[in-house]
Design a protein around this ligand. Sequence first.
Ligand code: AMP
Length: 285
Amino acid sequence: MNIARDPVSLGRALARARRRGESIGFVPTMGSLHEGHAALIRRSLQTCRRTVVSIYVNPLQFESASALRRYPRSPQRDLSMLRRLGVDVAYCPSSGVFPPDPILRVSDRRVSHLYEGRLRPGHFEGVLTIVAKLFLQVRPTHAFFGEKDFQQLWLVRKLAEEFPFGLRLISAPTVRDPSTGLACSSRNRFLSAPGLRQAAWINRAIREGAKMAAVNGRPAVIESAVRRRLRARDIRVQYVSIVDTRNFSRPSRLSARRSYRLLAAALIDGVHLIDNAPVHPARRS
Ligand code: AMP
């Protein structure tokens, strides 16, 4: 496996693949790799001739210096996992590669200030700015993102649709702990044993909420049922909302002709956790 720390060595590592016109799959990550990342990487390895995984804890997407400092890092473990999986290139940009306070940034006007963006102002601008730069450096034919970060996936999809990067964006379902259903996350390691048990309720509650859509077409009713369920377990709810996946707006009634997602975020042991589930409303005459 090649380890590149700047765009020049990345270009060198990919030169032959580019000359031959091989497909290049790209999985951007912030490291601290877990099974969720591994699933995206396997998908890229199956789909593309070459696979590049970036590991970069992006300072622009953190709301504070302390949140950035606290983010878990395990570079050696990550690199051995990438080697084991059979990744071609690990791109680990050194600190000088991206300007710390860029003048130009990629932002959107409609969705970035909602939900995660409301809790973490500037977060998505930071994500989109770095993802765009990584796309320009890696020049992948395919890029892989997880449904776990549903709002991020939606925004990156827009980025790939509206800017001509010439890549195909592929999303993969959320990988969960098989026994509890808790979505794998780098942050789960900060949870205490009781916190882990509480966290498992997030997925249970949103799945139950999503099921309610078969009998109840009112998002407000479903959202408050989910909130109640979480609060009953002493979980601090940050948001629970159903969004239309086409434009990320919150519908007042569900329609069987549309596709929706139930999003939730909660704070457990001071750790910010997110999850989401598809919502399939019943057909009504
Ligand atoms: P991160 O390292 O948290 O920035 O995540 C890198 C990529 O992995 C993003 O596309 C995430 O959506 C994806 N990801 C993180 N956790 C999971 C999970 N549990 N299942 C599937 N994809 C995930």
